[in-house]
Design a protein around this ligand. Structure first.
Ligand SMILES: CC(C)(COP(=O)(O)OP(=O)(O)OC[C@H]1O[C@@H](n2cnc3c(N)ncnc32)[C@H](O)[C@@H]1OP(=O)(O)O)[C@@H](O)C(=O)NCCC(=O)NCCS
Length: 140
């Protein structure tokens, strides 16, 4: 949760009352840990109709080292284990490329959330992802 505060509230200026919402109560929360420190976070949840990944955040000094990819793979694996055939997310426009590289496709037009332009993206889950995620090696 501290990572989300650092990245979304402090770095991006999202209001805390928007950052923390009712989804947090029931979502599955992921934390990426390096050297005993939480360096990344994400949440995965179902709204009853589809599975979503959201609030993907990596501390600035740990970016570009595969932490975001690892969080996404684990989140997708968790959704898949619970029966998801696809995962949806609302990507901030500047990071659409990050999700494209992970196999997501854009859907519909740009919309604003917390004052930030977003695009809905989806990915069909076609392979078993959890083992692949666990075998990813990180050197931080
Ligand atoms: C987006 C974010 C989670 C990515 O995490 P990360 O740990 O840096 O990502 P990775 O190191 O796994 O990057 C995977 C690939 O995506 C690319 N990538 C990462 N962030 C990118 C960006 N903002 N724009 C374009 N490409 C990006 C990386 O270069 C890397 O490419 P490579 O495989 O060719 O090396 C991180 O930059 C972040 O926390 N950003 C601020 C919060 C945010 O905007 N979250 C998304 C909300 S929708």
């Amino acid at each position: 949760m501290w990572v989300r505060h650092r990245v979304f509230v402090q770095e991006q200026g999202v209001a805390p009352e928007i950052e923390w919402d009712e989804i947090d109560r029931d979502a599955i929360h992921l934390a990426a840990i390096s050297g005993g420190r939480v360096v990344g976070a994400a949440r995965v949840f179902s709204d009853g109709a589809e599975w979503h990944v959201g609030r993907v955040a990596v501390l600035q000094q740990y970016r570009g080292r595969g932490v975001g990819t690892l969080l996404m793979r684990v989140a997708e694996g968790i959704a898949q284990e619970r029966g998801a055939l696809e995962v949806a997310l609302n990507a901030q426009a500047p990071v659409v490329e990050f999700y494209l590289r992970l196999g997501y496709s854009g859907e519909g037009s740009i919309f604003f959330e917390a004052g930030i332009p977003h695009r809905r993206m989806i990915k069909r889950l076609t392979e078993l992802l959890t083992e692949k995620a666990l075998s990813l090696e990180l050197t931080l």
